[in-house]
Design a protein around this ligand. Structure first.
Ligand code: ZN
Length: 632
């Protein structure tokens, strides 16, 4: 391979050696970057679980329960002895549905027991008054990864994926107690019901505009849209009362709801619920069924084998008790010194944003003040929470039950807790992510950022890395998350996280023009596995742009700043090897752009990139000054 120049391809220049050596594990779609850190955390915590179980000494009751669940989930013989019976027993609830009236009667049980329903109800933050909650209504999910796969121009891909799904599902169906004819019929009916849904559900691109989910409507009107079921009775069963307002997240779907569920489609629905419900719960049955249940997902992500039973058990247990597990991880593996240092960096970045906003050219004076207020009130959650949410007290199970029934019990407890929350105020001290997760986020409805302990590791961050490296790593990622407060979604929420227009008309027009430019900068870029949809990933690209702008602002004032270290570490954090099937899938399901673009696109918008490496119009990573975009 010829020598790659940094001026042409920063990502490959920095990561080539690592990429050559990286081997994607058989049970994973990717290796390197985030996956490498996540694998490390998984290994550490599995060791912890094993040690706790061995010594029978647990730091607290939550960890005891987590270890107990871990032991049950990795006992293959125990699961084999239960076989498919627990799932069939659960799905037999569908036999009680002979009419639409019956459907309404058992709806709450279906929802709480994880049996798919054509509409989901829950209580969530009121986006216009984030201190309280509202009831939210959402449609069903389709079999393929995105509704766009059902469009005529995607016919070939659709046929291939539906083929994979059908094969895997038919094999699974042979394990049920249905006759071969019924097995065929159930699968065919599931596909027929899926077609009805596909024309109505939102695409992933539509979901990415999450402020557009907020369509509060009087319950009477919503009940009119869902006239084939006794909607008010269902609400009363769930919430103990009929709320006045329902947020309809998918107006198109519910506008046609009577064509989804009516007396003619009821049978199709039941078969769809049986098949997709069986698939959903397969992981908690025997190893043979876990294998069959995961076939389709593995096929579309290019993964050869399922995770080992130990990894599966760990992920179930640590996911179920995520908050206490995250606190344990954070306390043990993330020091106070690092927490202090990183918190300092966060406030430095927030201050830098404030400085930049004061001279920002797209905002007028009044809008600048509002933007600065949003920064001043932004919450910062670093490492791990100091308390465990009350729900974890309630997550108790009977260890004599089958794993499937244990998962069901826990799901029912969670559902009950969520329904009861409708009338309780929201709690902004809750953490959006647990301490052992390798990720970070901005919550637009709380106006806070969360950085779990697990992401605060090299190459993102280390006390041993230089300041420039840390700024190119975690610094730019912190800047990215803060920038979500001002991306195409976040710009519509105020300092309290409420949807509220704090912009003047002219300022917002200038902002929208920048959003459009950012869409165009990425739209249609060809990669070996497909084309990029600029509109779908625009919020993340704006956030990367903001994160880079603000950290370069700090670099400019810093003594001994090294742009080489900065840009190289920026490229290092995106180092990832992925299976081609998975890369292709991500283009339609992930709001983040492909790693190589995240590494190589943002730098070319900034003068520091050009001066640091003498990049000119003869180099690949050059764009003309008039095409460079800096928003914040
Ligand atoms: Zn983001």
């Amino acid at each position: 391979m010829e020598n790659i120049r940094i001026q042409d391809d920063l990502y490959t220049y920095v990561n080539q050696k690592t990429l050559d050596e990286l081997v994607i594990p058989d049970d994973k779609p990717t290796a390197g970057g985030f996956a490498k850190l996540a694998d490390g955390v998984e290994k550490i915590m599995m060791g912890e679980f094993e040690a706790m179980a061995e010594s029978k000494s647990y730091p607290n009751d939550y960890l005891r329960r987590a270890c107990e669940l871990y032991a049950i989930a990795k006992d293959a013989d125990r699961k084999a002895a239960h076989g498919i019976a627990p799932a069939l027993k659960n799905l037999s609830l569908l036999n009680e549905i002979g009419s639409l009236e019956d459907f309404g009667r058992v709806y709450k049980k279906l929802l709480a027991r994880g049996i798919p329903v054509p509409f989901d109800l829950g209580a969530d933050t009121d986006m216009k008054n984030t201190k309280q909650r509202l009831a939210y209504l959402q449609g069903a999910r389709v079999i393929l990864p995105d509704a766009t796969y059902y469009r005529p121009e995607m016919a070939a891909q659709k046929e291939q994926l539906i083929g994979l799904w059908t094969n895997a599902t038919k094999m699974l169906m042979t394990k049920t107690d249905l006759s071969p004819e019924d097995q065929e019929k159930y699968v065919a009916d599931t596909l027929a019901f899926d077609e009805i849904l596909a024309g109505l559900v939102k695409t992933n691109e539509e979901w990415s505009k999450y402020v557009e989910m907020y369509n509060p409507m009087p319950t009477d009107n919503v009940a009119g849209m869902l006239s084939t079921v006794d909607f008010k009775k269902i609400l009363n069963d769930l919430f103990g009362r009929v709320p006045e307002t329902i947020v309809v997240t998918e107006p198109r779907y519910f506008g046609s709801f009577t064509s989804v569920l009516n007396s003619e489609t009821l049978e199709l629905y039941k078969h769809w619920a049986y098949v997709t419900g069986l698939l959903r719960g397969c992981s908690y049955l025997s190893e043979e069924l876990r294998e069959l249940g995961g076939m389709y997902m593995r096929a579309i992500t290019g993964v050869a084998v399922m995770p080992s039973i130990e990894k599966f058990a760990y992920n179930l247990a640590s996911g179920t008790y995520s908050e206490p597990v995250g606190i344990y991880y954070g306390e043990k593996y993330f020091g106070e010194e690092a927490k202090k240092d990183i918190t300092e960096i966060v406030y430095q970045i927030i201050d830098a944003y404030k400085e930049r906003i004061k001279t920002n050219e797209i905002l007028g004076e009044a809008t600048r003040e509002k933007a600065i207020l949003k920064l001043s009130t932004m919450g910062v959650k670093m490492g791990y929470p100091d308390k465990v949410r009350a729900i974890y007290e309630k997550l108790v199970f009977n260890p004599e039950d089958s794993l499937y029934d244990i998962v069901l019990t826990l799901s029912e407890i969670r559902a009950e807790d969520m329904f009861a929350k409708l009338d309780q105020p929201t709690d902004p001290t809750n953490w959006a992510m647990p301490g052992h997760l390798v990720n970070a986020c901005y919550d637009p409805f709380v106006n806070d950022i969360t950085f779990p302990a697990a992401i605060l590791q090299p190459p993102f961050y280390s006390l041993k890395q230089t300041r420039s490296e840390n700024l190119g790593g975690i610094g730019a990622v912190i800047g990215h998350e803060i920038s979500h407060a001002f991306d195409s979604n976040g710009a519509k929420c105020d300092e309290n996280g409420n949807i509220n227009n704090w912009w003047t008309e002219d300022d917002f027009k200038r902002f929208e023009a920048k959003v459009q430019q950012m869409i165009e900068q990425f739209d249609g870029i060809e990669l070996p596995w497909g084309k990029v949809n600029g509109a779908f990933i625009v919020s993340e690209n704006m956030a990367d742009n903001g994160g880079m702008a603000v950290t370069l602002h700090i670099m400019a004032k810093m003594e001994g700043a090294s742009y080489e270290e900065y840009f190289c570490n920026w490229a290092r954090v995106w180092c990832q090897k992925a299976r081609p099937e998975y890369s292709k899938l991500l283009l339609s399901v992930d709001v983040h752009g492909p790693c190589i673009l995240r590494a190589n696109m943002p730098p070319r918008n900034f003068p520091e990139w050009y001066s640091a490496f003498g990049v000119t119009e003869n180099d690949q990573m050059y764009i003309a000054p008039e095409k460079r975009i800096v928003i914040w």
